[in-house]
Write a protein that binds this ligand. Structure first.
Ligand SMILES: O=C(O)CCC(=O)C(=O)O
Ligand SMILES: [Fe+2]
Length: 268
């Protein structure tokens, strides 16, 4: 992993551990999180975060009792050429609301999301941010395009049974992942993985980390109303909606700017 980038973790997720233990937790079977054991939907890891992982490693330490759980991956590289041009065009627009993962312990608020495109970057080799259960399209056309992509990804998915000693490294910018269901027994011998994230450009998150530290400080959530705000290359909130805005480790004041063009790509 160290050849791929610098390790990164988030203080508001899994207590900021750089190497996280993943085991099923009693009572959380249905959670769309790695503590659950029902089907875990396809997702990009922490795609809502301003400094999401570029790579994600899962190390198998122990299989589930019946050895049925499979980690599934699906790469945008294998589907982008099969999508209708109109779908690609829509997926490149910030028409999708993504709710933060419930594994993040953000300020007590619940009703927030970030607004972003699903596909970014190079036209023929784009990056993808998707979440089958926490992402909502803002209109019917955008939903149609998202469904096209979802169906296409399912067709090219590849399953891995992580046995003890197996290491699966995923490029989180290209690949979505999921996990099939299994039956935990909570007897101390359940499925056990370890997880680690890396980023290619460590300096980008420097503002959010202490000197020499690899753990990003908790995100601050600030609700805005009737505001256009842009942070980076796509808008993070939109007019009249409750949205999540980011600012490394300190809240910033968001001003109301009437008629400001968010990103040049959208018509807001
Ligand atoms: O349990 C798995 O195989 C994958 C879990 C997962 O999505 C994760 O830990 O990010
Ligand atoms: Fe995941």
């Amino acid at each position: 992993m160290m050849f791929l980038g610098e390790p990164i973790a988030y203080e508001d997720e899994k207590e900021g551990l750089l190497i996280q233990n993943i085991c099923p937790v009693k009572g959380q079977e249905k959670k769309q999180e790695n503590t659950g054991s029902n089907y875990l939907n396809f997702h990009t890891e922490d795609g809502f975060h301003p400094y999401p992982p570029d790579h994600l490693a899962l190390l198998g330490l122990r299989s589930d009792h019946e050895k049925i759980a499979e980690t599934i991956t699906a790469s945008v590289r294998n589907v982008v050429d099969t999508l209708p041009g109109t779908a690609v065009m829509l997926l490149r627009q910030p028409l999708y609301r993504l709710h933060p993962s419930s594994s993040f312990k953000l300020n007590q608020h619940e009703d927030y999301s970030v607004r972003l495109p699903v596909l970014t970057g190079n036209l023929s080799n784009p990056q993808m941010c998707i979440h089958y259960s926490s992402m909502v399209a803002e209109n019917e056309e955008a939903e149609w395009a998202l469904n096209k992509l979802r169906k296409a990804l399912l067709k090219v998915s590849v399953a891995f049974k992580l046995l003890p000693g197996d290491l699966l490294i995923m490029d989180n910018r290209l690949v979505a992942h999921a996990r099939t269901p299994f039956r935990p027994r909570y007897d101390g011998k359940d499925r056990w993985l370890q997880r680690m994230f890396t980023v290619v450009d460590f300096h980008r998150s420097g503002f959010s980390r202490g000197h020499g530290k690899h753990v990003c400080s908790p995100l601050n959530v600030e609700f805005t109303k009737d505001v256009h705000f842009s942070n980076g290359d796509f808008p993070r909130s939109s007019a009249g909606e409750r949205s999540l805005v980011f600012f490394g480790n300190s809240a910033i004041r968001v001003k109301t700017i009437n008629g400001w063009n968010c990103c040049g790509e959208c018509s807001l």
